[in-house]
Write a protein that binds this ligand. Structure first.
Ligand code: PEP
Ligand code: CO
Length: 444
């Protein structure tokens, strides 16, 4: 077999790549990114893998969240802060009420490219390239907007750097301190029953911190006043990912420094495809989506190829089965056990539960989401495996994209604040409510 290099994916078929109209401009863009600094560092990536290894054993719980697809316009301090706040809030609920350390991950700072089912979209007889995420083109249905523009990758890199920068500032510069738990409570959520539950929990944390100080424990340490926050995104645009792949000078290993964890989707995980080749050689933790159409034998081969040393924390299986979870998950768990594969099990209760409301909006119902999580836990308990984490499409904004939850959003409310360019997200209140429900499940 030919040796892996950061370019060896080029010898394999890469699906879901845009048809960049100007090859020269494309080469120029990836060369520009290749010269720019990495967005994350190898040492951080290794730390994340260790944390994920703990999640695979049940000694930690993985919480991932973010937009289905980030958009350039929303790369603003308030938007990033609100999403971070809700993830921190959920993590506090899961760690304090659930009693486990939480591995906090934003599918952020690079989630700018989306796989699509068709290359072209046709409206009223006019066919244009599909929208593939802001790093490729823009959603407006005009020839100009939809033509893939590689300069967008460079812009996407800079916005990812800006996002990373503010995330680091918030989490390391005091905002992520446990003393700030109350400040993370969103104005919109505060008055709701969930917000009040959260305030109560915040007060217990205050008392616990105060008690620690009284007995002489120093709470002015990173464990208390900083949060460890990791990033992930789907590694879809191969040129972008290659350009950010760097050799670590300490270990001589290759890392994709575009994010700590990189995802691979159902549509690009062909065993002989470019994405699998590329990811098999970088040392990052990998998140692999597993939907209802999976083939057990293929998943097994992929796990072997992507994690040949069966390293703990390297591979997370992100299952997304919706109502059919009981048909699919037990078989998958048994195969993984039988083959002795070391994985983190993560439930994505969003993508198998999407439907179109009578108003025409793409939506998901809160109870279906909760139901899938509950089944995920119960099936793992029954099979004797570890339910290691969850992934949500969510935002700190007060959107009306998913139905149900405490405020019981109904189909007729969806138009009130429906913002997503891609999949519907939980709002802050719905996300917090799920965190409280999950904390009960983690505690077992
Ligand atoms: C996603 O992961 O947000 C998504 C839309 O997945 P897919 O298109 O791969 O099903
Ligand atoms: Co999505």
């Amino acid at each position: 077999m030919a040796e892996w290099t950061k370019k060896s994916w080029q010898n394999f078929e890469a699906l879901q790549q845009p048809n960049w109209p100007d090859a020269e401009a494309y080469e120029k863009s990836v060369a520009t990114i290749a010269k720019l600094p990495p967005l994350v560092f190898a040492g951080e990536i290794r730390a994340m893998k260790k944390d994920l290894a703990a999640a695979s054993r049940g000694d930690a719980f993985l919480l991932m969240g973010g937009d289905c697809s980030e958009d350039f316009e929303n790369c603003t301090a308030p938007h990033i802060r609100e999403t971070l706040k809700i993830i921190l809030q959920m993590a506090v609920v899961l760690s304090y009420a659930g009693g486990k350390p939480v591995v906090k991950v934003g599918r952020m700072a690079g989630q700018y490219a989306k796989p699509r089912s068709a290359d072209l979209e046709t409206i009223d007889g006019v066919s244009l390239p599909s929208y593939r995420g802001d790093m490729v083109n823009s959603p407006a249905f005009t020839k100009e907007s939809r033509t893939p523009d590689p300069a967008r990758m460079v812009h996407g890199y800079h916005l990812s750097a800006a996002t990373m920068n503010i995330l680091r500032a918030f989490t390391k510069g005091g905002y992520g301190s446990l003393e700030r738990v109350h400040a993370w409570n969103n104005e919109f959520v505060k008055a709701s029953p969930m917000g009040r539950n959260y305030e109560r929990l915040g007060k217990s944390i205050d008392r616990a911190l105060n008690f620690m100080r009284v007995v002489g424990i120093d709470t002015n340490t990173p464990q208390f006043n900083q949060a460890q926050f990791y990033t992930s995104h789907e590694a879809l645009l191969m040129g972008y990912e290659e350009a950010l792949t760097r050799k670590d000078s300490i270990t001589n290993e290759w890392y994709d420094c575009s994010a700590h964890m990189v995802w691979i989707g159902d549509r690009t995980r062909q065993l002989d495809g470019a994405h699998v080749e590329f990811l098999s050689g970088v040392k990052n933790p990998i998140g692999m989506k597993v939907g209802p159409k999976h083939d057990l034998d293929v998943i097994c081969q992929l796990a072997r190829k992507l994690n040949p040393e069966n390293e703990a924390g390297r591979l997370t299986l992100i299952t997304r089965f919706g109502k059919d979870i009981e048909q699919h998950l037990p078989g998958l768990i048994r195969m993984v056990k039988r083959e002795g594969l070391d994985v983190v099990w993560c439930c994505d209760p969003m993508h198998g539960n999407t439907y179109t409301a009578e108003t025409g909006h793409k939506t998901r119902n809160f109870n279906d989401i909760l139901q899938e999580i509950q089944c995920f836990f119960e099936i793992h308990w029954a099979e004797g495996s570890v339910p290691g984490g969850v992934h949500f499409e969510m935002t700190g904004q007060n959107v009306t994209e998913c139905t149900g939850g405490g405020r019981n959003i109904i189909a007729q409310n969806l138009a009130e604040n429906y913002q997503t360019n891609c999949d519907p997200r939980l709002n802050a209140e719905q996300s917090l409510e799920l965190a409280f429900q999950i904390s009960e499940m983690i505690r077992g």
